[in-house]
Design a protein around this ligand. Structure first.
Ligand SMILES: NC(=O)c1ccc[n+]([C@@H]2O[C@H](COP(=O)([O-])OP(=O)(O)OC[C@H]3O[C@@H](n4cnc5c(N)ncnc54)[C@H](O)[C@@H]3O)[C@@H](O)[C@H]2O)c1
Ligand SMILES: [Zn+2]
Length: 363
């Protein structure tokens, strides 16, 4: 069952670009890459598991569009989303003769997108790049908005650049090979988009959640499209996280990051930690009198239906507080913490870590 492709535009003046959403149309990406980057040569970056499944089709499509292709595989781990890997990519692309008329293409999840995007932002002072996201999280979140970066030993995403892609090409058929756990984790960011921005969309997710998880395109495509539109709108209003609007995307992330750090990034998915963080933030919003009673319940229920965790594991308050204090988003002693006013509307408030995570967990 296929649905006709949709296009979402990210409006950023001369840095504007389209997000193409289709099903089973990976073969069309080559022409679009040529058209939107103006390149005659590309470096394609992927990981083995994704490259094995989809690499040949993408390479064929790029070559059919007249592009010279250098394909590079990087290890499938956030542990090598680092400057050492970036340097290896520079080496490969210099050897292959990629110049300022070349572009990079990221085929994979958010890890590949961040690594490739950062390499594109810095190689020869910046060349265009294209995102072909293959996880839910990358489709609705990581591939949109131009945040690129790599990890340092001291923490995640501490080095990076704003570099908008020239095109985002989504083929939802690639999600069929994604593990149910990764699918669900990505859906946490979809739920986030509804919770902070659009109550009607949240209700639609409640209605269509099972069909979305089964990847029925008639339910999936509109849901992904709206999530992309919300991200695009937030980025349009606040491209560089200056006015505070983009900070709303951090809903669930303050505690989420602390949990990821405590548990180790290998043991818990980002989206799982964010799910726990969102439920906590929604409950805090109620407890602080910012949101009406009954705001957190539907969020918790929806996340649970998606198979996501909603309670803090092995509750170690001191460790979580310490982790929140070193989160790079802090300013002074207070943290810009995202709370809900209701489902569909969020704001930031200044809270200390102890206020975010009170000694007695709120009822
Ligand atoms: N730039 C941003 O705005 C932004 C936003 C959120 C997250 N991120 C970054 O994104 C990364 C997380 O992204 P992610 O959740 O996509 O993780 P990921 O890229 O690590 O992918 C998760 C797993 O799924 C596999 N995979 C990907 N696509 C597949 C497919 N179609 N079929 C089968 N397997 C597939 C990958 O090989 C990997 O093992 C982190 O590095 C995070 O920092 C960036
Ligand atoms: Zn996130």
């Amino acid at each position: 069952m296929s649905a006709r492709p949709r296009v979402v535009r990210v409006d950023l003046g001369e840095r504007s670009y389209p997000i193409h959403l289709g099903t089973g149309d990976l073969d069309g990406v080559g022409d679009a890459v040529a058209r939107h980057t103006g390149a005659n040569q590309v470096g394609l970056v992927t990981v083995p598991g994704v490259g094995r499944r989809y690499g040949a089709r993408v390479v064929r499509s790029l070559r059919a569009a007249g592009l010279k292709v250098t394909r590079v595989q990087v290890p499938d781990s956030d542990a090598t989303k680092n400057l050492g890997q970036v340097r290896k990519l520079y080496d490969r692309f210099l050897t292959a003769g990629l110049d300022r008329k070349s572009a990079l293409v990221a085929l994979g999840g958010g890890m590949v997108g961040d690594l490739t995007g950062f390499t594109a932002a810095t190689y020869l002072r910046g060349i265009p790049f294209v995102q072909i996201p293959t996880t839910v999280l990358a489709m609705v979140d990581a591939s949109i908005g131009g945040k690129t970066g790599v990890n340092l030993r001291q923490g995640k995403n501490l080095v990076g650049a704003f570099h908008q892609p020239s095109l985002v090409w989504i083929d939802t058929a690639t999600l069929r090979s994604l593990s149910p756990r990764d699918r669900a984790a990505g859906m946490a960011e979809v739920v986030k988009a509804g919770a902070i921005w659009d109550a009607r969309y949240f209700a639609r997710l409640e209605r269509d959640c099972d069909r979305v998880m089964e990847l029925d395109p008639r339910a999936l495509i509109p849901v992904l499209e709206r999530a992309c539109r919300i991200k695009a709108e937030v980025v349009r209003r606040d491209e560089r996280e200056e006015s505070g609007v983009r900070a709303l995307l951090n809903f669930g992330h303050t505690l989420g990051h602390a949990i990821e750090k405590q548990m180790g990034y290998r043991r818990i998915r980002h989206g799982e930690a964010v799910a726990i963080g969102m439920v906590h933030a929604a409950r805090r919003s109620e407890a602080l009198g910012l949101a009406p009673a009954g705001t957190a319940g539907p969020i918790e229920d929806l996340l649970a239906r998606l198979g996501l965790p909603t309670e803090i594991p092995r509750y170690d308050r001191r460790a979580h507080l310490a982790a929140m204090k070193v989160d790079k988003k802090k300013e002074g002693r207070k943290i810009h913490y995202v709370v809900l006013r209701r489902i569909g509307e969020a704001q930031t408030v200044e809270l200390s870590p102890a206020e975010i995570l009170p000694a007695r967990a709120p009822a």
